[in-house]
Design a protein. Structure first.
Length: 477
């Protein structure tokens, strides 16, 4: 059975799909962030038997626009401040379409030469952009969660005092690793998957600025070593999801060198800011880390999904993941030929690098740096507005573009339980209202509103509007 379309028919459908994409790519600023339907109503829209007969392709596109795109959460809106989600960019959109057209995995150089060459180049560009050694190894993955898993697998392999790959983690002393209490939850998943055990991921207290307490960290490392554990890795935050805090990377690099520990930087959100004048100093010492991750689908404005792994010693990737398989190797393979299958967990990876490559080529690094700087400046303007107000207060510093604050009208006084309940209700009201969207979190034990933007569309007038809406909703509560 031939499932293909004739070229003319495919072109017409692509033109219609392009028209639909153009209508939905640029979000109307006054559009509701969420569809005005309940979860049950949305589920009911798609509750149908398995299709047995074909549907006309043009009709199918109509249904996609009406029932899926029109019902999507508008995460590209300048009024969306919840999860750290970019709005994508036109070059990334084009790259996504074109990579799907050739439908190639990115594996061995001799088999998929152009795709492999582009990914190699993109890895070098990303490393250069953030000030990391350009001869580092790396690859693109789905996002920060998988990137963290890969880097910790490499660290476990390199720093284990026994053959952990062959014998498993039970063959030697329990291996411990360290992160602040602000570390991302993907790290807990990673240590679980790697068999290290969640309780061996030591959560170190933070200081008032939400960065790791160095004295407490070193004390715990020494305590664990004396108790017979094998400390092997420190995970530094390169911009926490909560507050954007950046741990003192230079000091952590010194500590890791002294104690022979792997230094991994989780820069999924913040690492691209290392290239900027406004925040670059925060990342001093990043180049000393053994591994770094970042998400191009955040501050490089790439459409989902694109995460990046960087390993300073590129040979460590192959040492960790290269497994000979007869069906994947050939007698004609060159020994030094790059095969991305030997660099990570996946054999099948789509051509993510094209949309990243096109974004760098289409905009240039300087324009991307300027966009990141404008994001940070806009959210710092929000901080200024909060500091000048008499009904909001900051709950943590805002070094990047994440702002943690709470609603506290002047007539409330110091009744913490009332303020807590008021802000919890305000968070729920924001989602129901739909004009703007942010999420709640906890900072130093208190309920916080959290607004974060990695969108070049968000401007100072938008954060002014955010506070207007919050005031209106807060007063109604």
């Amino acid at each position: 059975m031939d499932l293909d379309f004739h070229t003319d028919q495919l072109r017409r459908l692509l033109e219609e799909a392009s028209a639909i994409a153009a209508r939905h790519y640029r979000v109307a600023e006054d559009a509701r962030i969420f569809p005005d339907k309940t979860v049950s109503e949305l589920r009911a829209m798609f509750d149908e038997p398995l299709p047995l007969e074909p549907l006309d392709a043009a009709r199918l596109l109509e249904i996609v626009e009406r029932d899926i795109l029109s019902m999507a959460t508008l995460s590209g809106s300048p009024n969306y401040y919840a999860f750290i989600s970019s709005c994508g960019n036109p070059f990334g959109l084009l790259g996504e379409v074109l990579s799907a057209a050739i439908n190639q995995p990115v594996m061995r150089e001799s088999v998929f030469p152009s795709a492999t060459a582009v990914e190699r180049q993109v890895i070098r560009w990303i490393a250069e952009f953030i000030g990391y050694p350009t001869d580092a190894g790396g690859l693109l993955v789905s996002g920060g969660s998988v990137a963290n898993l890969i880097c910790l697998a490499v660290a476990r392999k390199v720093k284990s005092p026994f053959d952990v790959a062959s014998e498993g983690v039970r063959a030697g002393p329990a291996m411990t690793l360290y992160v602040s209490t602000e570390g991302h939850h993907s790290l807990d998943k990673a240590v679980d998957v790697l068999g290290l055990g969640k309780r061996h991921l030591r959560k170190i207290p933070v200081r008032d600025d939400c960065t790791i307490d160095l004295a407490a960290l070193e004390s715990r490392i020494l305590e664990d070593r004396a108790a017979g554990f094998h400390p092997f890795c420190v995970i530094a935050n390169g911009g926490t999801v909560n507050t954007g805090a950046v741990d003192p990377l230079d000091a952590l690099a010194d500590l890791c060198a002294e104690h022979d520990l792997w230094l991994h930087v989780d820069g999924a959100y913040g690492a691209p800011a290392a290239a900027t004048r406004i925040a670059g100093e925060l990342f001093k010492g990043l180049e000393r880390a053994d591994s770094v991750i970042l998400d191009p689908h955040k501050w490089f404005y790439i459409p989902y999904e694109a995460g990046c792994v960087l390993i300073k010693d590129r040979h460590h990737l192959r040492e960790t993941f290269d497994i000979a398989a007869a069906y994947a190797k050939s007698e004609t393979d060159e020994p030094e030929e790059l095969d991305f299958m030997d660099q990570g967990l996946q054999m099948s990876r789509n051509f993510k690098a094209l949309k990243v490559w096109m974004t760098f080529k289409g905009y240039g690094a300087e324009r991307l740096k300027s966009a990141i700087e404008e994001n940070i400046a806009t959210m710092h303007y929000l901080v200024e507005l909060i500091d000048r107000s008499d009904d909001f207060e900051m709950l943590a510093p805002s070094p990047l573009s994440s702002v943690c604050f709470r609603y506290r009208p002047a007539d409330v006084g110091d009744d913490e339980s009332y303020i807590e309940e008021l802000n919890k209700r305000l968070i729920a009201a924001i989602e129901k209202d739909g004009r703007v969207y942010l999420r709640g979190t906890r900072v130093h034990g208190r309920t916080s509103l959290r607004a974060c933007s990695v969108k070049y569309r968000t401007e100072p007038r938008h954060v002014e509007y955010l506070l207007e809406v919050l005031r209106e909703l807060g007063a109604s509560l």
